[in-house]
Ligand binder design. Structure first.
Ligand SMILES: NC(=O)c1ccc[n+]([C@@H]2O[C@H](COP(=O)([O-])OP(=O)(O)OC[C@H]3O[C@@H](n4cnc5c(N)ncnc54)[C@H](OP(=O)(O)O)[C@@H]3O)[C@@H](O)[C@H]2O)c1
Length: 343
């Protein structure tokens, strides 16, 4: 069994890792950290895990985490970069769900995250954990910067168009809607039921942090600096991301359905819907799946791509586990093959 540690085991993505790893045939969670709940069993905090895991919280401590083969950081940004180098030096593979290892450029990191990066060498080495772009590099990686949730749904929507050089690169638009669990489990006024239900609001219009990784990755795919207008919205659902992306076609005759089907052929976790269908967020709830549909707008010049994921699964913990499987040479779908929940 591969020994796994999770730093940040009381949060939403940490709990989701516990749920997914409980069914993983070759991994076992040996170390689970919390600063607040030391000595408590995880299933006391998360009753849905009763009978599936008996791990007890301990303090986040590098010496203890070094006994693991892999450590997931399900923590706010700024935490993984403090501990990762020592773990990697000890031969532990690190998968960080925060933004600490996503951006290649330390100046970009400081611009968006407002503090200096404390492990720039490791940042240079880290691989951006989107298997649909970086599968082979992930296999060989020691450190993964797991993508953001909006960023995952947006990139998977635009990737086939940019890889095929089929669209203008400077007029891309990604309108993204997220569920409230995207904000984490920490108590915050704006995420209370009475504040966030029955309403819809945009945020981060003048600059959301996921913009930086979207620009970085899609520019590399396009071979040119892309211009993406990315606007996230908070919606009153618990899980889910829905991105509607718009791109101006260079050739209005292009067969978009065929392009998307060919691009994602063989991808285990991207489902291109039949022409004319609309993906719903609830159709991916609890599963590591991105469902995508593509159509042309009535003007015939604009590709409209609809992309849905569960923010906690393909948008976070599921994708992290997908990277873990690749890093350990396991079948990519290990622990990730359960169908979504409905309704
Ligand atoms: N929620 C999502 O949909 C989503 C999607 C993609 C990526 N992410 C990213 O994933 C990370 C975790 O998100 P989340 O939603 O799970 O957050 P969360 O629910 O707020 O949980 C954060 C966890 O981090 C721990 N923690 C906080 N500060 C720490 C520190 N200095 N040292 C060690 N542990 C610390 C907390 O545990 P204790 O306080 O008990 O120690 C808690 O378990 C974030 O970086 C987030 O941006 C989240």
């Amino acid at each position: 069994m591969i020994k796994v540690g999770i730093v940040g085991g009381t949060g939403y993505t940490g709990a989701e890792l516990l749920r997914l790893l409980a069914r993983h045939p070759q991994a076992r969670v040996e170390v689970l950290t919390s600063r607040q709940e030391i000595g408590k069993r995880a299933d006391a905090l998360f009753p849905h895990l009763r009978g599936f895991c008996d791990v007890v919280y301990s303090a986040p401590d590098v010496a203890t985490l070094k006994s693991c083969d892999a450590v997931f950081f399900a923590t706010p940004h700024g935490t993984a970069m403090q501990m990762a180098q020592e773990l990697v030096d000890a031969g532990v593979k690190v998968i960080d769900l925060s933004a600490d290892f996503r951006l290649k450029d330390t100046q970009q990191f400081t611009r968006w995250y407002k503090h200096a990066h404390s492990a720039p060498a490791l940042l240079r080495e880290a691989v951006y954990g989107l298997p649909e772009i970086h599968r082979d590099e992930i296999r060989a990686a020691r450190v993964i910067g797991n993508p953001g949730c909006h960023a995952t749904a947006t990139q998977l929507a635009l990737l086939p168009l940019l890889a095929a050089r089929a669209v203008e690169t400077d007029t891309l638009i990604a309108d993204s809607k997220t569920g409230i669990s995207g904000g984490g489990r920490e108590l915050r006024l704006g995420f209370m039921f009475s504040e966030a239900s029955q309403t819809l609001t945009a945020y981060g219009v003048s600059g959301h942090r996921h913009q930086a990784e979207i620009d970085q990755e899609l520019s590399a795919v396009a071979g040119a600096t892309v211009g993406v207008t990315f606007v996230p919205h908070l919606t009153p659902m618990i899980r889910g991301i829905h991105v509607t992306a718009y791109a101006r076609l260079l050739n209005p005759e292009l067969d978009l359905q065929n392009l998307f089907e060919q691009h994602y052929r063989g991808e285990p976790f991207v489902d291109v819907l039949p022409a004319g269908e609309y993906p719903e967020t609830r159709s991916v709830k609890g599963a590591n799946i991105c469902r995508i549909a593509v159509q042309k707008a009535p003007n015939g010049r604009t590709a409209v791509v609809l992309s849905v994921i569960d923010n906690l699964v393909k948008g976070a913990s599921g994708q992290a586990l997908q990277c873990f499987n690749l890093m350990f040479g396991l079948p990519e779908t290990s622990g990730l093959d359960a169908p979504p929940l409905a309704p």
